[in-house]
Design a binder for this molecule. Structure first.
Ligand SMILES: CC(C)(COP(=O)(O)OP(=O)(O)OC[C@H]1O[C@@H](n2cnc3c(N)ncnc32)[C@H](O)[C@@H]1OP(=O)(O)O)[C@@H](O)C(=O)NCCC(=O)NCCS
Length: 151
């Protein structure tokens, strides 16, 4: 997987990103929210593989704190280290911008994401009980944080 690039998301990417969103999540964001993300001013990065978008991340930055709003890899490319590459790139970029910590929230049942975040230096800081709608009722959100070591 050497032919990958990290690029800023533009409004032209909406269709492919929304398609990945629908495939990647059991309960995806709405088309309206995804469009506002793709066209909005958040920090937004995609990974392309031979010009095909295969992953994305949207990040809200306020002062020296960042919050990952959404990160996903096309299911056809999951489990190959793409999510890890995207997180590492993001951490390096945010660190250069002077960001000191990154926050995110994840469903308690999302074992792949939890394993990835933990191995990339995130740790649990809080739990929001019954935060997410789930297929059967509701489920807890784990709030995680990663402290960046800025020079
Ligand atoms: C979570 C997600 C972004 C991870 O991206 P990915 O490219 O699949 O992850 P990677 O291949 O980089 O894997 C990194 C680690 O995650 C875990 N992992 C990822 N996919 C896994 C799988 N299919 N089975 C088991 N563990 C897995 C492993 O711990 C892996 O570490 P390892 O390679 O040392 O075993 C991706 O699975 C995804 O888009 N999921 C759907 C959307 C989602 O849940 N986003 C996160 C919301 S908080």
């Amino acid at each position: 997987m050497n032919e990958i690039s990290f690029l800023e998301i533009t409004s032209d990417d909406f269709d492919v990103i929304y398609e990945i969103e629908l495939k990647a999540y059991p309960i995806p964001w709405s088309e309206k929210i995804m469009r506002s993300m793709v066209e909005g001013h958040e920090y937004k990065i995609k990974i392309t593989y031979y010009d095909k978008v295969i992953a994305y991340v949207f990040v809200m930055v306020v002062l020296d704190e960042a919050t990952i709003l959404n990160i996903a890899v096309d299911p056809d490319y999951q489990g190959q280290g793409i999510g890890q590459k995207l997180l590492r790139y993001l951490k390096a970029q945010l660190s250069q911008k002077g960001i000191r910590s990154i926050f995110l929230e994840v469903r308690q049942s999302n074992q792949n994401a939890l394993a990835l975040y933990t191995s990339e230096g995130f740790h649990e800081i809080d739990i929001r009980k019954n935060y997410y709608p789930a297929k059967n009722g509701r489920e807890d959100a784990i709030i995680m944080a990663c402290v960046l070591m800025n020079e």
